[in-house]
Design a protein around this ligand. Structure first.
Ligand code: NAP
Ligand code: 8YV
Length: 323
């Protein structure tokens, strides 16, 4: 019988994924090793694959400590935590989990738009605190119906958000580097789009190319009546500027699933009634995480059995033969 290959697991995976890994691999969980350097020194040479939670880091130093690494399977579509350039330079295949999470992440963006605009959290507290009996009806909120919404990054998830917003009769426009053949207005200039919309929904990849794309000028253009929704990566928004803009009333509202240094969230946001905060749960439903987990496992298994993967990241696609 062929000897099992050795897999390094980084970050939290579901029990279903761990069971699947154990069938074909000798599994090492980085979080349980205690002494990472000692573990890598003693075991690094035998590790042939990594399975990583999307929010975790796989830096060049880790990749270089694993001389026989052949494959990195990311449990998430965003792979900004992985030094993909270094991996590809070494011929290491990187895969991720696109498409299977489009609906739930898009639903989270719309959930945040509704929660912020209709003051879901405030009004829930209104009931629980007895305010309804003591003070009467809660103050009026704002509708998202028919409002102009600008999507920053009209990719797989962005387009799903745009489609779902049709049910709310929203007038959708978008900003990305390339104009697409879609029935939505294109803005080459993000600040110009921010001036024209009530809601800015951020859903680009993270990483150096998008760092602080949403800066002070963009937030000022969105303005005191505007709402910023971020379901992309915390790094895409200048968080210090965002907190200042909300505090000073230059930006009206925010719905945030992601932050620059998770799980750290700026405490200044905590008392703000005009902000709704989530702990990076865009894709975190049982159904979607199962589909993402199955694809993460499938990519690993296909790589070692068939020499290919189902969903390589674009930079690594040339390293495998695709169906
Ligand atoms: P995708 O299909 O690759 O779409 C990315 C979009 O961003 C494209 O429209 C791209 O268009 C645009 N873009 C890329 N770089 C840009 C830049 N520098 N300036 C402006 N636009 C830029 O990716 P996806 O599958 O929709 O996922 C998007 C991201 O969502 C992921 O990478 C991840 O970070 C995040 N995400 C978050 C959660 C969560 O739990 N909150 C869950 C899933 C995904 P151009 O190339 O034309 O610029
Ligand atoms: C995951 C995500 O929570 O897919 C992504 O890019 O941000 C989320 O679906 C994250 O990757 C951790 O696995």
């Amino acid at each position: 019988m062929e000897k099992k290959r050795e897999l390094l697991v980084i970050g939290g995976m579901t029990p279903r994924m761990m069971e699947a890994f154990a069938q074909n691999f000798i599994v090492h969980e980085l979080a349980k090793t205690g002494d990472t350097d000692g573990f890598l020194h003693d075991n690094g040479e035998r590790i042939e694959a990594i399975a990583t939670f999307g929010a975790e880091k796989v830096p060049a130093t880790l990749i270089d400590a694993l001389p026989n690494l052949k494959m990195i399977s990311c449990y998430g579509v965003g792979y900004d935590g992985i030094d993909t350039a270094r991996a590809v330079e070494r011929g290491i295949v990187v895969s991720h989990t696109p498409n299977v999470l489009n609906d739930d992440v898009a639903n989270t963006a719309i959930l945040l738009m509704l929660a912020v605009s209709r003051q879901l959290v405030r009004d829930d507290r209104w009931v629980r605190s007895g305010n309804w009996k003591a003070k009467g009806s809660a103050p009026l909120t704002r509708s998202i119906e028919g409002k102009p919404v600008g999507i920053v990054g009209l990719g797989r998830i962005g387009e799903t958000i745009a489609e779902k917003l049709q049910a709310f009769a929203c007038e959708v426009s978008y900003h990305s580097r390339n104009k697409r053949d879609v029935p939505y207005a294109y803005y080459a200039d993000l600040t110009e789009m921010a001036k024209d919309v009530d809601y800015l929904v951020v859903i680009t990849p993270g990483g150096a190319a998008t760092r602080h794309l949403v800066n002070r000028a963009v937030m000022d253009a969105l303005g005191p009546d505007g709402t910023l929704i971020n379901v992309a990566r915390g790094t895409v928004v200048d968080e210090v500027e965002m907190v200042a803009a909300l505090r000073e009333g230059r930006l009206g509202y925010a719905g945030l699933d992601v932050f620059e240094a998770e799980p750290h969230v700026p405490e200044e946001l905590f008392p703000m009634e005009n902000v709704v905060l989530l702990p990076h749960v865009g894709s975190a439903t049982v159904e979607t995480r199962r589909a993402m987990g199955d694809l993460t496992v499938e990519n690993l298994e296909r790589f070692f059995m068939e020499g290919t993967v189902t969903t390589p990241v674009p930079e690594a696609a040339h390293l495998v033969k695709l169906d």
